[in-house]
Design a protein around this ligand. Sequence first.
Ligand SMILES: [Zn+2]
Length: 331
Amino acid sequence: MASSRACFSRFPLLRSSSLSSPLLFSTFSPSLSSPISTFRKFSRLSASLSTHDSSTHHSADQFPIPKTTKPIWKPICLYYTQGKCTLMNDPVHLDKFSHNCSIPLEANISTAEKLRPQNIDYLLVLDLEGKVEILEFPVMIMDAKTLNVVDFFHRFVRPTKMSEQRIKEYIEGKYGKLGVDRVWHDTAISFKEVIQEFEAWISGHNLWEKELGGPLTRAAFVTCGNWDIKTKIPEQCQVCDMQVPSYFMEWINLKDIYLNFYNSTAKGMRTMLDELKIPLSGRHHLGIDDTKNITRVVQRMLADGALMQITARRSPASPRSVDFLFKNRIR
Ligand SMILES: [Zn+2]
C-alpha cells in the first residue's frame, strides 16, 4: 500500500484531460498544451514506472463486473480517471479496464433538431458522494451546443476530521460493496488539495479566474438536487476551515429544470433515467458513474429542447441564505 502511494505521488498534478483521447477533446481550450504532446509525455512517465508489478496495483476483483451488465461493459480504471494510472502500456490491464470517459451520443440525440440556443456554453455536471464528509468529487464538462463531454475531473477525497479507524470503516461501508475501496485508499487526497487541483483545472479551461473570483465564466454547475452545493460544500468547507469558493454561489438544480420542462416530478437520477428510457450504466452511487448518468440526462433534455438556467443563488450579503429562482420547484 505504502509503496503504491509513493508511486502515485510522483505525478500528482497530471490532469485527466492530458490522458484523454486527443480526438475527443481536440475541440476544446487552445490554451491547454496539446493533448497529444502531454499524452506522449505521460507515456514516457508510464514507461519509467513499468517495473511496478501490475498485480499489486489494480486487481480484477477490485472491480467486480455486475451480473446484469452486458459482457461488453468494462469498468472504468479509477486510477486513470484521477490521472494516476501507471499501467497504460499494459495490455492485460487495458483489456480489463476502460480508459475512455467519453459518453457517446445516441444517434437520435446527435441529429436532434429541437436544440435551443443556450445562455450557458458549458455545463459542469457534479455529483458528490459522502454524507459525513465528502469522499468523491467528480465533474464532467459538457458543451451545451454539441452535447459532447469535453473533459472530466475526478478525485477521491480523504476526510479531514475523522480517525484512521473511522475512515477505514466508512470506506468499507461505502466503497467496499462496489469493490473500489482499495483504489480509494490508494488515491484519496484532502478536500483542500482537491479544490486546489480543481481550480487549476477549470482555470486551464478558461472557465474561472482565481484573481477575479466570482462565478464561473460562460459555465454553470448542474447537480441533481440542491444538496451538493447548497448543503454539502459549505459543510465540508467549514470542516476544513476554508471559505466557500466563489464559483459555488450559484447552480442549476436539474430536478427543477426537469419539473418545468417535462412537467414531471423526478425524485432523483433513477426516476429521470427511467422516465427518459436511458439505461443506467456503471455502478449506482459511484460518483463518477452517477455523474456520467446525470450527464446523459442533460444531453437528452437539451436534445428535447430544454433551456438550462440558474435555479439557485446564494445571496452575497449572507451566503447561508439561498434564493430559488424558479417558482415551480422541487422542495
Ligand atoms: Zn488504468
